[in-house]
Design a protein around this ligand. Sequence first.
Ligand SMILES: N[C@@H](CCC(=O)N[C@@H](CS)C(=O)NCC(=O)O)C(=O)O
Length: 200
Amino acid sequence: MRLFATETSPYARKVRIVLLEKNIPCEVEWVNLRTQDHAALAHNPLGKIPVLLRNDGSAVYDSAVIVQYLEVLRPDPAIIPKDPEARIEALRVEALASGIMDTTIAWVLEQRHAADCQDLNMLQRARGKVTTALAMLQEETMAWKDVGSAPVLNLSQIATVAAVGYVDLRAPDFLVQFPDLLAWMHSMRLRPSVSATLPQ
Ligand SMILES: N[C@@H](CCC(=O)N[C@@H](CS)C(=O)NCC(=O)O)C(=O)O
């Protein structure tokens, strides 16, 4: 199997952590999204990464679908709870984390416009949404104090690491008001799947 990814994509990082936690061998091909004809385009017409190319040549995307595929491919160790209520809860946290990624990326792209062309309302709304969602993730992490040394991480924790790691990379100011979340992230760096996928 081959994963098309970039080193900074939080969606790809979520998948890379799942692969490491489940010990699934997979080649990673780094893609340059700035080029018109990057390799992932041949497998996803939307040109988005991550894309997982299976050994039979078929492609799986987006990141949430890849995670579900990997859980079916290698059910043990499980990262998604089997209990229906716990499962929905894990998928909700994954969706919250994905929303943080989407909104932070939109904020970053808007910030790249010349100062007099930026949509200040949009920037303010995006910042408000991300910080409210980060406050919710900080609450979640209160119950995850010792997961750094757990046998396996679960999807909620993996998605949280990927989302907060991206905010820390691109908009570290947003995190200043969440010292407990930052401390939790720091403690997670001891975990090999987390340290091996730190965005560069
Ligand atoms: N919902 C998708 C989002 C993937 C996504 O937006 N990836 C970004 C990189 S972080 C991308 O490929 N952007 C290039 C583009 O949109 O053309 C997922 O979860 O995989």
